[in-house]
Design a protein around this ligand. Sequence first.
Ligand SMILES: Cc1cc2nc3c(=O)[nH]c(=O)nc-3n(C[C@H](O)[C@H](O)[C@H](O)COP(=O)(O)OP(=O)(O)OC[C@H]3O[C@@H](n4cnc5c(N)ncnc54)[C@H](O)[C@@H]3O)c2cc1C
Length: 495
Amino acid sequence: MTAKTLHVAVIGAGIAGLQFTHDLSRRGISHTVYERGSEVGGTWRENTYPGLYIDVPISLYQLSFAKKYDWSHAFPRGTEIQEYLVKASHDHDLRRHIRFDTEVVETAWAGDHWELTLADGSIDTADAVVSATGFLDKPTMPSFPGMDTFAGVSFHSSNWPAGLDVGGKRVGIVGSGSSGIQLTSSLGSLGATVTQFVRSPQWVEMITNPPAPGWLKFLGRHIAPRVPVLAAWVSRQLLGRPKLDRRLWSTWIWRIQPGPERVDAQNALREDILHIRDEQLRTRMTPDYEPGCKRIPKSDRYFLAVQEPHVQVAVGAIDRIEPSGVVTADGTVHELDVIVYATGYDSHAYMRPMKVTGLQGRTIEQAWAGGPYAYRCMSVPDFPNFWVINGPFAPVANISPTVCVVDQSDYVCRLLALTAEQGVATAPTAAATERFVAAIDEAMPNTIWAGDCDSWYRSGDRIILWPWDETTYHAMFAELGIEDLELVPLTVAVS
Ligand SMILES: Cc1cc2nc3c(=O)[nH]c(=O)nc-3n(C[C@H](O)[C@H](O)[C@H](O)COP(=O)(O)OP(=O)(O)OC[C@H]3O[C@@H](n4cnc5c(N)ncnc54)[C@H](O)[C@@H]3O)c2cc1C
């Protein structure tokens, strides 16, 4: 019996899609990557606002097959990450698999394969679908009265207009997530007068992020790629440059279980806010929820920036937008030339608005009517050979997504081997999925994210995160867990 020849559709060419196309190629698995945009990079292609940088040490945020050692900083800017991803796609000959400017609008299981409807109306087929469409890909805009009357320029932070010069302009930044904090910290140095509108103040971790010295970059560029021992040393040197609070960085356990480590980590965050010397401002900007409950933005200057004369913070609700600017609930009119809505993403949209239909015509909207869930953070009963990369419950708050994607890719490739060998598609059983979700729900109350705060991790009453550590995550993929899988026979005969 010869194995069935598979063709896989990968949707999205961000870091996850790039890892998949590399791994599928290496295993000789035929596939096509569909990318809505004109370039690879996902998040790092879309977001070009000033001051964007990564908050995970870059040595932990790399494609497994394209290590780079000559980074400019331990936490480099978004532009540098985007350049790295584009270069990796060329260097590793990944682009030949990618169809750019091609959005998949629908995928439906058609008995023994998937049919993908593209935005131009054409239909492609595949034996399996990898949805690498990201978890922060769908921007959310607020709906303040009068938004469309604003006379200046306004846009979501993920849509920064090319060539926009904010020098001499009055810029309002709506939002206090990572993007809002990065923008507030950086626009002053571009000559803007900044007002940040903060509904919910944030605990912010103050770090330093000094540039890598020339000699380290030289070693990283010319020697480390050929000498593994030196590569590890260069990575350690780079990671050692920023000032990082040991209480937050020496262990991650404080996020997943109560104890002295959590007390220490929270104290570290409470001390960081003391960078605001003005007591009144500090009181206004002190959150009313536990440190760590929401994702913690990192900054080398946010609490300093908010004390500068050209930056002000308006804490409280926005009442409406007028042609001249923003009116806050206290009746103050803030006159502005530019409004940036740093209002985040629909973190639980996953592949949607793409329509997905599985066995017996069941749609993903029906499956997720009560909120998103997935077995092993990737697959959903009744959706055979369909995987949502970094899907519901993935450890997006506590493990670097690039690290997680390696496990996911390896797991999917092993399941694809089963499909090829046995002529079956796989989907998790409902019972196994219920057990998996129940275990998550049971562990979650121990975590810091289960506190009394409103975060993008929350969907209704449920926190959609991984409540355990990294070792447990890797271990989950050690076995295929055949007993948890429904094997859906493919009607195409295996010859
Ligand atoms: C502003 C910002 C800052 C961030 N900073 C950090 C950080 O500091 N640290 C961190 O760990 N994470 C950060 N993230 C999270 C970041 O999204 C992930 O780290 C990572 O980039 C996710 O990669 P991905 O490939 O899964 O998804 P994405 O990078 O979102 O890529 C998804 C790709 O799929 C494409 N796509 C989507 N739908 C379709 C469709 N229907 N058809 C065809 N193509 C489609 C998109 O065009 C995109 O290219 C940040 C996110 C944002 C938005």
